[in-house]
Design a protein around this ligand. Structure first.
Ligand code: ADP
Ligand code: MG
Length: 717
């Protein structure tokens, strides 16, 4: 944890270094704002060229100040920053927010300057936010030192953002959406203090944590993935959601990867996997980020996904319900008791109302009708969420009437989540009324349903949180056996034979396989016949021949995988020779170690189990539809190690192919228990041997009662 960081955001006194009366400069505009928004602590100013600004005294340097302020805002040109920061250190200042730009982000000498800056702050134990950041707003400290002008309400949202422009924009959006904030901070270059440091300070400091409902992150890079995971888990335990817009999804690095998993896993997949494990909700864009934040701030986290709809027109309800499946939601089945009570309410008003879900109280529905119906649904146990949709009623004043009723209903019954879709742009006063009552409103049904889906997903992951650091236990593992093999390799792929030995030591089953090799062709042929004779005596009728070469990783691509029938006639050397010839055609100088002869495994469903080591994140385990079309299909799911049993279970269920693995048209399901254990054993393998950088078992043939691997690749660093 960072010492003193709390003081950065709740300072009793601040100094603005680079303060000026020129309102066209940041040092002037931001200072003016801090004063205007009513910061109650002491404000000191430093500017060697002015005596007073806004009637406040100016000091020549920080060294001249009569006391040591809790935080320093630095708004001076980059070239004079280092000297000033040195002086801050001498003065004993522990927190600096550096608005000044001209560091790493400009390259060249900026990189050097940032390095020197870091040396100075390390020397004095200073916390530095920025450089190149837009400042922060700390509403509970009445401190607004930020490039943006809009007023920020006090509330439960924390926004930490890596982009100055987006931070400033979020201040405006927050106001429009009625979001109240505990802190909005631009973290700029993250040279020193990053979002993880701030979150750690929050969770360890009761005064800071108090009232925080949701944390909103805009991230361009993930630093300290391990610490992020840990601190996120602590927020998850407290049911304080963390939402992240992580930008930069493209990843060009993966093209270089040689394994299937490597080719399909981007570091973005690692981000997804990390967020999943950490219960961080990933969002697609700024709008979704803030709308979801507003909802989490104001609406309780759903405890289930059954939705009851109340509407004054069928259309919007049907549109909403059409999106339920996509977001994992269901239309609640109202109980007979609920329906009976509904009938009693609705009969008072009209004979045409629909007493089912959606509850359609038709066009003339008044505020009182909405109120009575919503209250009834709030009290019923057959639904978890109430969704109200209401196209503009045809009578004057009804919109206001409904808003009033819903606001009161919400206030009185605060446990169950309620969402309101207005289907029309409501005016400022109405919006305020809803917002005050804790009801963010949505214009379109699909928008609301998406947000409900995300909130439910978060709620649903609650049960996983406590299990996640509990890696599954695997029996029957012979680590020493694997060690003997792996230690012989450095920075390359293991041979297929050795990859098999490693995996067999971890409990994986392979078909009988032998390597035919020799110095010349006659000798090779003799070996070959010998092996086939072995297979024949076991009454195996078919084998698969594959090239063994460190230069040919994808053997089918080189036409070096061939099936061969052993009965009724003894096969000649043709297939064998063909494989060698194809290998040479594929790569003339390929080193050929021989030909693997492997028992043919008929039937089964082909899946892939893989691993890719991602720097910062650790090992990413993948589960996918396997076989030679795996990359074309990209039906793949990822999870970070160590896997818990629940993670393994979720992996197997997360791909489209799961529907087929479950069995169709009377087929039995594949052996999911074995698949889960296989994933856990791989998780164990890479934690025992962190030097494994890529691993592919493709395919694993899955049957109803077993799984068998027929091809495996392992690369170590
Ligand atoms: P590569 O992935 O290098 O092309 P594989 O050994 O995975 O080579 O073989 C390609 C395909 O051949 C597999 O996806 C699988 O469908 C099939 N295959 C390979 N070995 C066997 C086997 N022993 N039994 C049945 N089918 C096999
Ligand atoms: Mg393969």
């Amino acid at each position: 944890m960072r010492n003193n960081l709390y003081g950065m955001f709740f300072p009793k006194s601040i100094v603005v270094i680079g303060a000026t009366s020129d309102m066209k400069k940041h040092g002037g505009a931001m200072l003016a704002r801090a004063i205007e928004f009513g910061y109650k602590g002491k404000i000191y100013l430093v500017n060697p060229k002015q005596n007073t600004i806004f009637n406040l005294k100016c000091y020549k340097t920080v060294l001249d100040l009569p006391e040591t302020p809790d935080a320093a805002f630095v708004v001076i040109p980059a070239v004079v920053v280092l000297k000033t920061v040195e002086e801050c250190g001498q003065k004993g200042i522990k927190n600096i927010i550096m608005i000044s730009a001209g560091f790493k982000e400009v390259g060249g000498e900026g990189i050097e300057r940032e390095k020197k800056l870091l040396e100075i702050i390390k020397k004095y134990g200073i916390n530095l936010v920025g450089p190149n950041c837009p400042g922060f707003v700390s509403p509970f400290a009445d401190l607004h030192f930020m490039m943006s002008v809009a007023n920020v309400q006090k509330g439960g949202v924390v926004i930490l953002s890596q982009s100055g422009g987006i931070t400033a924009a979020m201040v405006d959006f927050a106001k429009d959406l009625g979001i109240g904030c505990r802190l909005i901070c631009g973290i700029g270059n993250k040279a020193d203090v990053n979002e993880v440091d701030i979150m750690e300070t929050m969770i360890d400091n009761e005064a800071f944590l108090e009232g925080i409902k949701v944390i909103v992150l805009y991230q361009e890079s993930i630093v300290d993935a391990g610490r992020l995971l840990k601190v996120a888990m602590r927020f998850a335990e407290k049911d304080i959601p963390i939402l992240s817009l992580k930008s930069g999804r493209g990843d060009f690095g993966r093209k270089a990867a040689l394994s299937h998993t490597g080719a399909m896993a981007s570091s973005d997949a690692a981000v997804d996997a990390l967020f999943k494990k950490a219960r961080i909700v990933r969002v697609e864009g700024i709008n979704e980020l803030l709308t979801l934040a507003a909802s989490f701030e104001k609406i309780p986290i759903p405890s289930g996904n059954r939705i009851a709809i109340v509407t004054n027109s069928g259309g919007p309800a049907v549109v909403a319900a059409d999106y339920f499946e996509k977001y994992g939601l269901t239309l609640a089945q109202l109980s007979d008791v609920t329906k009976e009570k509904l009938r009693l309410i609705l009969d008072k008003f009209s004979a045409w109302c629909a007493v089912d879900n959606p509850v359609d109280i038709i066009g003339g529905g008044s505020g009182q009708m909405f109120q009575e119906v919503v209250e009834l649904l709030f009290n019923a146990e057959d639904n978890d969420i109430v969704l109200v949709t209401m196209p503009r009623p045809s009578f004057e004043g009804v919109l206001q009437d409904i808003a009033h009723s819903l606001a009161i209903t919400r206030r009185v019954n605060s446990d169950k989540p309620m969402f309101v879709v207005t289907m029309t742009d409501v005016d400022h006063d109405l919006r305020e009324r809803y917002s005050r009552a804790g009801l963010p409103i949505f214009l379109y049904p699909e928008e609301a349903v998406k947000i409900i889906g995300k909130m439910c997903e978060y709620g649903g992951r609650r049960k996983n949180v406590f299990k996640i650091f509990n890696p599954g236990k695997c029996l029957g593992i012979h680590k020493e056996e694997a060690e003997k093999v792996i230690q012989r390799y450095k920075n390359k792929f293991l041979s297929q034979e050795d990859a098999r030995k490693v995996l067999e030591a971890y409990g994986f089953k392979f078909p009988r396989t032998v390597l035919a090799q020799g110095k010349d062709e006659i000798e090779q042929y003799m070996h070959f016949c010998q092996y086939l004779a072995d297979f024949k005596s076991d009454c195996i009728y078919k084998v698969v021949l594959k090239i063994e070469s460190p230069d040919i990783l994808h053997k089918s691509d080189a036409k070096c995988v061939k099936e061969m029938i052993l009965f009724p006639e003894a096969p000649g050397p043709n297939v064998y020779n063909e494989i060698i010839a194809n290998a040479k055609k594929y790569k003339s100088d390929a080193e050929i170690k021989g030909v693997l002869i492997q028992e043919f495994i008929g039937g089964g469903k082909e899946v892939l189990i893989g691993v890719k080591k991602e720097k910062e994140f650790g090992h990413l385990i993948s589960f996918a539809r396997g076989g030679i079309y795996t990359e074309a299909e990209r039906d793949i799911a990822f999870a970070l190690t160590p896997l818990s049993f629940e993670d393994a279970d979720e992996l197997t269920k997360s791909i489209r192919f799961y529907e087929i693995l479950k069995g169709v048209r009377g087929e039995k399901p594949v052996d999911f228990d074995e698949l889960r254990h296989a994933l856990l054993r791989i998780s164990q393998l890479v934690s025992d041997f962190p030097q494994i950088v890529e691993l592919d078992i493709n395919p694993v043939k899955a049957f109803a009662d077993k799984i068998i691997c027929v091809d495996a690749r392992i690369k170590v660093e």
